[in-house]
Design a binder for this molecule. Structure first.
Ligand SMILES: [Zn+2]
Ligand SMILES: [Zn+2]
Length: 344
């Protein structure tokens, strides 16, 4: 649609041979391009060596950026993006959150929840320290963790290996509740909590290429890529920082073109934006294919619609976000999760 924004689907949280991933940076970039990902954020464990080695840049139609995953042994993993110096994983989370922010970087809490799974117990790396502030946001859907926790039997494992969709059940309910609570609390203090979708891809269970169509983060940028690494990197960081982004399982259906915005008179504010509620605001969502659209606040569902559009008028300030589901094999499967618009 011609609202001035272009939707760029990207892959966030990928490991290469610089830590415990299977692929080289070049092979990962190629897989991303083949999967139609327009940007990719590499986040190897505790190292920015790929940045120093000059790996950041355009590879064909994919912009590859280098961040880091701060990875203590027992959890509290944290993505640092747009930074130039490593941070110590031995420091308390509040410290690495601050050091990343001081470098002008963005920081996202990685895979905050690891629901226990009794059949095949995994080593779990949840986020423990919820006293922290100062982070940009959090992963609301981490494909690999979702996938792994869905493998509860040999049969489920076989199914999962045959189809990358089989055990991709969507964000954990506890993670979405947590996000809602943080959104509500954050907004009362004038802070956003940006939700991103991530892969935590290692190229082990699935090829990178196959995974890179699953849970992605779409950003909205003004106009098209400038085709200059520094400028395009700034566009990605700005959109992510502002929450002008949504999470989609593009393996189910490419969500490119999905929109959620607020309208008051001639003012249009996209997801992530802030608008004064005045005497009322129209909240509108549009999907590229018919689906079930759900408008929510942190307190629950406000409106639902089936089709390609949802329109709802609100008169109160607050945090409003949209989810979309698609029918797949007889069930409504989680598909899109937008960042909120904030009405003040
Ligand atoms: Zn991790
Ligand atoms: Zn990881």
């Amino acid at each position: 649609m011609s609202d001035g924004w272009q939707d760029k689907a990207g892959v966030i949280h990928v490991h290469s041979r610089y830590s415990d991933g299977r692929g080289t940076v070049e092979a990962i970039a190629r897989a991303a391009e083949q999967a139609g990902a327009e940007f990719l954020i590499l986040t190897d464990h505790d190292t920015l060596a790929p940045l120093r080695d000059g790996k950041e840049g355009w590879y064909g139609r994919t912009l590859l950026l280098v961040g880091v995953e701060v990875s203590p042994d027992d959890g509290n993993h944290y993505l640092g993006i747009g930074i130039h110096k490593e941070v110590s994983r031995d420091a308390p989370p509040a410290e690495y959150i601050r050091v990343i922010a001081d470098q002008g970087g963005l920081g996202f809490i990685a895979h905050p929840d690891y629901p226990p799974q009794e059949q095949y117990p995994l080593k779990r790396f949840p986020w423990h320290d919820w006293s922290v502030t100062g982070y940009t946001g959090m992963e609301i859907w981490t494909y690999t963790v979702d996938w792994l926790t869905g493998v509860t039997s040999v049969w489920r494992l076989v199914k999962a290996l045959m189809s990358p969709l089989a055990t991709a059940d969507g964000p954990f309910p506890e993670t979405l509740s947590r996000w809602d609570a943080l959104l509500k609390e954050g907004w009362a203090k004038g802070r956003r909590v940006v939700g991103i979708g991530s892969q935590d891809a290692h190229g082990i269970l699935y090829s990178y290429r196959r995974m890179f169509r699953a849970v992605r983060t779409h950003i909205l940028i003004a106009g098209d890529w400038r085709r200059e690494v520094e400028k395009d990197k700034a566009l990605v960081l700005e959109a992510l920082g502002a929450g002008r982004a949504f999470v989609a399982n593009d393996l189910l259906q490419d969500a490119t073109g999905f929109r959620f915005w607020a309208e008051r008179g001639s003012r249009h504010t996209p997801m992530g934006g802030v608008l004064a509620v005045g005497d009322g605001v129209w909240l509108k969502a549009r999907a590229p294919v018919p689906c079930r659209l759900i408008l929510r606040t942190p307190d629950g569902v406000l409106a639902e619609a089936e089709g390609e559009t949802l329109t709802h008028r609100v008169t109160g300030p607050g945090v409003y976000r949209v989810e979309a589901r698609l029918p797949y094999k007889g069930a409504w499967r989680p598909w899109v999760f937008t960042n909120p618009v904030y009405l003040r």
